[in-house]
Design a protein around this ligand. Structure first.
Ligand code: FES
Length: 125
């Protein structure tokens, strides 16, 4: 069986359940927490997308922004980000995080990297 979780530079990238499909409404965002990250999940055109929730300008929650044509506008000062890949629409050289997202049954899952726990070195005797 193919496992979609994978290792990335020593870190594990796993899908985590974040909400139900019906929790994310068309043209709106929903903030979820995954592994201490705040992520904004959006639904547009029936597709789900996940990007960092915190605006890099002054920290507003992008999940509360206005969504149109694949772009979310920050509710505080109107910086705009593409929900498909986190690119700043007004300066494409800058991006915020974007995350793979999938639906399993009725569950929305977002893939986020986690660092495996550090194992103590065995004691020499
Ligand atoms: S906090 Fe988002 S544009 Fe200022």
């Amino acid at each position: 069986m193919f496992n979609e979780d994978f290792l990335l530079g020593g870190r594990m990238a796993e899908f985590h359940p974040v909400c139900r499909v019906g929790d994310v409404h068309e043209g709106e965002g929903k903030m979820v927490r995954v592994c201490n990250k705040l992520i904004a999940v959006f639904c547009q055109g029936g597709q789900l997308y996940a990007i960092d929730d915190m605006c890099p300008h002054m920290g507003a929650s992008l999940s509360g922004g206005y969504v149109e044509n694949g772009v979310v506008t920050c509710p505080w000062h109107a910086w705009r980000f593409r929900i498909t890949d986190g690119t700043w629409a007004d300066n494409p050289r800058i991006k915020i995080g974007s995350y793979p997202i999938r639906v399993v049954g009725d569950e929305v899952q977002v893939q986020v990297e986690t660092t495996p726990p550090v194992r103590p070195k065995p004691q020499e005797s």
